[in-house]
Design a protein around this ligand. Structure first.
Ligand code: SF4
Length: 172
């Protein structure tokens, strides 16, 4: 286990400003720098900046940033969600670290796939099975790593195999 202790700050939106989202910061007593390349290798849509020793990721609409001794979660709906998200992230980091022998660390900064390249390869049926109103709306979220390709069931049908392979080859 890499992270055993941390202190938590949750910043609530100030009254009357129109701000609605919470931010939580876990301050770690352990340096997790060495875990970041392993997270980069395993988290879909993560962006690792080696020079800055930081990794960003989006999960369920939350904005996540991992630094050497700090994890920040932004754009969170309420206090309890912030606490739960931090707990999940700590468990994720510990799990990844415990299994690092099975993971090839990735030190590269992964580029997000371009929106139009994604859109061209989607089925264009606007069937809404992914929960989005159109394929284009889904492509926007996929390009921003706010959803996963797995949410589009039609692209996994056999006749879409070539497009699926192309989507996967550009990092979706
Ligand atoms: S499930 Fe796939 S095909 Fe259907 S609307 Fe979403 S992206 Fe388009």
């Amino acid at each position: 286990m890499l992270i055993e202790h941390y202190a938590l700050d949750v910043f609530t939106p100030p009254d009357g400003t129109g701000a609605e989202k919470f931010t939580a910061i876990a301050r770690l007593t352990t340096d997790i720098s060495e875990a970041l390349p392993y997270l980069n290798a395993t988290l879909h849509g993560a962006v690792y900046q080696r020079a800055a020793n930081a990794l960003t990721w989006k999960k369920g609409g939350h904005h996540l940033t991992f630094h050497a001794t700090q994890i920040a979660v932004g754009n969170v709906e309420d206090y309890d969600v912030a606490l739960a998200e931090i707990d999940e992230l700590i468990a994720l980091i510990n799990r990844t670290w415990d299994h690092r022998a099975e993971i090839t660390p990735n030190y590269e900064t992964r580029q997000r796939p371009p929106l139009m390249a994604i859109y061209k390869l989607l089925p264009h049926t606007n069937c809404q099975q992914c929960g989005e109103p159109t394929c284009y709306a889904f492509a926007i979220k996929l390009a921003a790593a706010q959803t996963a390709l797995a949410a589009c069931a039609p692209v996994f049908e056999p006749h879409q195999a070539e497009k699926l392979a192309a989507l996967q080859s550009i990092g979706c």
